[in-house]
Design a protein. Structure first.
Lengths: 339, 299, 339, 299
């Protein structure tokens, strides 16, 4: 990029559009890594983020999984929180109003164990003024289907999204958050988009396990947990790349190991219109706002004046305009046989 | 003991944690522990006894993302060197070993002060401060505050062996009486802190027992305190991923003033809890009847 | 484990049995990370390893993928070698004899792009005296099936294993190496075991991608690559745990991020009978032999006198004898909803 | 130019790389580079010009697994301080930045010497040694060996700007003639090394051109050498994951003595190659006709 003239960081336009929603910048918190924003407000003004994605909320209060709930792993961590939360009533009464008072853009993540629960949550959240979008966490067991996870089956995943889309007011975009623990994330993505998802959030955690060598038992109370952090970034970027190539035009939010502005730019280049910062917050409570600043600088250094110009850049030689180069994706031959 | 509010002065005033790049002022070996003093502006001013710090470990190239948490041992507001904060730690795993190799002038990324401090009694009552191993670290600042309130301060310090005790000398200055216990009898009474505590409580009409140390000890200390009708204030140590209240990893079943048991975050609602409120035997489980348990598909 | 009396490291019995094959110790090299052992012999005696697993060999010589072929990632790396190799003739003429001369135990990894190629390789390798086992790398595109990767479909995976088992002499165990990039690795494992696999090797790399922010293009010549190293260890341990619980008695070789003896012990406790060391070799050429030494010490410190006693330990309270506690695995509810 | 064997002395003698924990003896800034001297027993004794080292970076808690490779600038067999090896490097990414922060007495995990050294001519012929940026580092040891063989040594050092040149002063001692080029003309000839090379070759009847630097430069230098009927020996720089020949990441299309183009490992079959053998315009691709290309399902 040396040939390009660098810009002043202040001249970079960070605004981005996500399924018709305009955001001041493409950086959000990742669900479950920022509560409902209150605690982070001690470190920076959450209003300065593109959006605040709240911890996945369920209909009823929920105590979650037994402790220990976390294990550190190389460049990452495992968590097994089990969606502990206050339930939708308390969330709408206490958490959401606070975010709106601050002037933040809330994206509300919902989780259910049945289609009916998702539908109810969609109605209640969707009709609350000020919600920028609904993020649907489908990495949950379906009690009506032998506890199989919605996100791991294209049909079940689509069912959730269609009821949520049906019961959410038009103006409120519905974002489907997908699990990477599937044979083909493109297949799931296609299926939820057909079911009405206005955008996709890629990726949720990878299923992992750690054995505690003192007790010689699984370290997590929940036995298995979700792997997050920079360790999984290459998997997340790959997911964004594949889906962006297979479904051009579908807005994607990239999440998984974003720690710096350079990481954020990598996701944009792979085809994401926005990114979320999760585990990095535990390392640096100010990470999300730092990523905004660093992304601005990364773009400026490369002479990229608008976030929009960076989106999907890695799919086509600089200058071209759309995600067109599909030649090297979705092809298992190229995509596998790494060794 | 329906509510602690009547007994303890509230520490309501809004304080917020800071994130600062501290500088190592000194690091010394003390028995089996390391005593680390850092220049970290603004933190000392805000610190109350029982607060803790969260330190990033491994530097720029680190594979360890999670901060390590340590009780604040001492906090000195800005003087000649700018404000300093001190911790005492055991070098066990990768992160604490990295910290133990720090040199003066090295940079440390510090977040703090974090957590709820020890509640202080309204009246000048007699207090027992019980520390297990490095758990004594936060008790010295507490002793100072208690003495300011003209409370009688008695300290009980216990450990497996002498080298695992911290601050026995300082304790003599900080407290009216100091009792030391070691499991191997290498110094003091051969046994554990709760062997000495009952006698101490009766002799000195102790009304509040503060404790910090391993969970097992906190539980045992609480049992003794409750038996003797004394208040128990315990500083717990749960694994924490964020330390600031956003991740929900550090939870513990605690009974609220409404009598309802909830899984509460020990990093923001603790680490100090009324010992009688913590459901000690249910730690590591979700006790039945816990708020939000048994909903949402059976887990 | 404090209650247990520590042993002298020398008193620990490291021998392990893998599908009727006795190994002096449970530590092997991972395919593609040790060539055919020659280069590592400069750093330690490859004879002292449980086995040397050779780079996956194909029928014909193969030039592999264009460079760049690697990208460093947090606590890991991406590779896209594309199975460059000399072909089976040269391998049997030059590489295998050298290993046998050294007195090493060779496990030969084979890879094909058709069932016929796998079968031919199985016959030629299987009939060469001294081969301890055949490891079948099925993370390869099937040219006869739209280039879909064998390892991602239970039926295709089973087909490969059954032809290999059919054409390999009885005495030579056939180990199926599985990809983690599937919705249910247990399903694939079941299917290849039914097809005749004598053991399983878990896991191959995860599919990842990295964007080079200087060129703003995918960093790897092959676009996507395989993620390896400590970053993926929690995923590999989880795979071993799930499969060991679902298929008790089936020998498992754990691979993915093993760097220390403690890491090796974690895999054993999760249910592996042996482990492989791959990417760690690039960090420390002596890693495999160091892991043998460290594993011996880890076992001794815990008073575990035999490797066999450590296998599957994390599945049941110390003292019990078999992998019996399935209560907390294979259950999507417990296994998902980490957040 | 069918084979290089006739022209160059073979360096057949069996040598094997060592893995040692080195100790930083000194680290100095030199222009835009860092000059690192390490005590690393046994390595110097084995080193030949063109060999390189692979250093682990980040220490115990490192998230960076892969070693960083550096040409050996100087190697001094055990003396008062034990054997030392020296490298010259640019601090770019995380690993080299970490190396640039090393202090004397810090430990460094070193593997080396690695790779094939420069081949030396049998006869005392005139040689040009062309270095781009830090690429000059391995040329000084080479110059010494060539002078021992009574070869005339002429050096050409080029860089974008003066601060990116390394060793121009030392070159005056090491060579009969020294030509310096900078793209911005801050010192020496304004231009690139290949502007100066043709004249140098003709004037001094150069028979062998050695070069080390960016791939583009190596290619251009080779073209000039071939034009003038001189041998070209180039030390290439490909990304390497292992550095010892086991991973196949560092390959390059090179024509063998049998005329067949193969993807060969630059860490063990290189980094020094006959410039005329490297398929420069095919680097980053698998040229058609390459041994093993077009088999195995189209990739
Ligand atoms: C509020 C609080 C106060 C503490 N005060 C002190 C103190 O004053 N002195 C002291 O030596 N230790 C103290 N600890 C314990 C200290 O945080 C751990 O010993 C330390 O984090 C272990 O890090 P490691 O790198 O040695 O171990 P690792 O095994 O590398 O740690 C891995 C992960 O587990 C977490 N972890 C491991 N052990 C513990 C533990 N016992 N408690 C909490 N998290 C843990 C770490 O934070 C890290 O995220 C305190 C913990 C808490 C929660
Ligand atoms: C045989 C050989 C000799 C070399 N000699 C020198 C020397 O004398 N002085 C010097 O400054 N540099 C030299 N290099 C380049 C040096 O290895 C890289 O600059 C260095 O590895 C970059 O590491 P980093 O942490 O700065 O970059 P990072 O971007 O953090 O590196 C990430 C990964 O890519 C690899 N990598 C990145 N750039 C290069 C590159 N240019 N060449 C090879 N691998 C790369 C690294 O090894 C690492 O694995 C040499 C390379 C080779 C192969
Ligand atoms: C450079 C490289 C080449 C590899 N080549 C092969 C291969 O040829 N066949 C195979 O089955 N696995 C191959 N693998 C995968 C490893 O064998 C191993 O399954 C994976 O890297 C995880 O283990 P690790 O984290 O210890 O490296 C390769 C891995 C790397 C890093
Ligand atoms: C402690 C923790 C809790 C999480 N909770 C949720 C959640 O409630 N809902 C959800 O969709 N994702 C949840 N996630 C996943 C993150 O939103 C994110 O998808 C994942 O961690 C990868 O991003 P990261 O590497 O930046 O953390 C959680 C992650 C962590 C670490
Ligand atoms: S440690 Fe994250 S909420 Fe307490
Ligand atoms: S770097 Fe591994 S083979 Fe050359």
């Amino acid at each position: 990029m040396a040939d390009l003239q660098a810009l002043h960081a202040d001249d970079v336009d960070l605004t981005t559009v996500l399924a018709d929603t305009h955001l001041d910048n493409p950086v959000m918190t990742a669900s479950g890594c920022a509560g409902a924003g209150r605690e982070l407000q001690q470190f920076f003004d959450v209003r300065d983020l593109g959006a605040v994605v709240t911890k996945s909320i369920m209909r009823d209060p929920r105590s979650g999984r037994p402790t220990p709930r976390m294990a550190e792993t190389p460049s990452g961590m495992l968590n097994s929180i089990g969606l502990q939360g206050p339930g939708i009533d308390s969330f709408l009464a206490r958490d959401l109003p606070w975010l709106l008072q601050q002037g933040a853009r809330p994206i509300v993540s919902i989780a259910g164990s049945s289609l009916a629960e998702y539908a109810e949550l969609a109605r209640r959240v969707g009709h609350t003024p000020g919600v920028a979008a609904i993020e649907v966490n489908i990495s949950c067991p379906n009690v009506e289907n032998r506890g199989l996870v919605f996100a791991c089956d294209p049909v079940q995943a689509a069912r959730v999204i269609s009821v949520v889309r049906r019961d959410t007011p038009r103006g409120v975009p519905v974002l489907a958050k997908l699990s990477p623990d599937v044979t083909s994330i493109v297949e799931i993505a296609q299926s939820v988009v057909e079911a009405g998802a206005d955008g996709l959030v890629l990726i949720n955690t990878l299923l992992g396990l750690r054995v505690d060598l003192d007790t010689m038992r699984p370290q997590l109370g929940g036995v298995t947990g979700g792997l997050s952090g920079p360790a999984i970034r290459p998997v997340a970027v790959r997911a964004v790349w594949q889906v962006a190539a297979a479904l051009p035009g579908v807005p994607i939010v990239g999440v998984g190991g974003v720690r710096t502005g350079a990481d954020a730019l990598e996701f944009l280049a792979a085809g994401a219109s926005a990114v979320q910062v999760g585990t990095a917050i535990f390392n640096d409570p100010a990470a999300p706002i730092r990523v905004v600043r660093e992304l601005r600088e990364e773009l400026a250094r490369r002479g990229i004046g608008k976030v929009g110009e960076a989106i999907g850049l890695a799919h086509h030689p600089r200058g071209a305009t759309a995600v067109t180069d599909l030649s090297d994706v979705g092809q298992p031959p190229a995509a596998r046989t790494e060794g | 003991m329906t509510s602690t509010d009547s007994t303890f002065a509230s520490s309501a005033t809004e304080r917020r944690p800071l994130q600062v790049t501290g500088e190592v002022f000194s690091i010394k070996r003390v028995g089996d522990y390391f005593h680390l003093t850092m220049v970290a502006d603004g933190i000392a001013e805000q610190t109350r006894p029982g607060n803790f710090l969260a330190l990033a470990v491994g530097g720029d190239t680190s594979a360890h993302l999670l901060r390590r948490c340590f009780s604040i041992y001492r906090a000195r507001p800005a003087g000649v060197y700018g404000g300093t904060v001190e911790i005492v730690f055991a070098a066990g795993g990768a992160g604490t070993q990295w910290l133990s190799r720090l040199q003066p002038h090295d940079a440390v990324d510090v977040v703090g002060p974090l957590g709820r401090p020890f509640a202080l009694p309204r009246e000048p009552v007699a207090c027992a401060l019980v520390g297990g191993g490095y758990g004594s670290a936060p008790l010295f600042g507490l002793a100072e505050r208690l003495r300011e309130r003209r409370c009688a301060v008695h300290m009980v310090l216990g450990a497996a062996t002498e080298s695992r005790l911290f601050g026995t000398l300082e304790a003599r200055r900080a407290a009216q009486s100091v009792t030391v216990t070691t499991v191997d009898g290498s110094v003091g009474i051969k046994g554990v802190v709760t062997d000495a505590l009952p006698g101490l409580i009766t002799r000195n009409k102790i009304e509040v027992v503060y404790s910090c140390g391993p969970m097992g000890m906190l539980r045992a200390v609480t049992d003794v305190a409750v038996e003797h009708g004394a208040w128990s204030q315990t500083a717990v140590e749960e694994s924490m991923a964020c330390g600031i209240g956003v991740c929900m990893t550090c939870v513990l079943p605690v009974e609220g003033d409404d009598g309802v048991i909830k899984m509460v975050r020990s990093c923001v609602e603790g680490p100090v809890f009324g010992g009688d409120k913590v459901q000690w035997d249910a730690v590591g489980t979700i006790p039945t009847g816990t708020y939000g348990a048994g909903t949402g598909g059976g887990h």
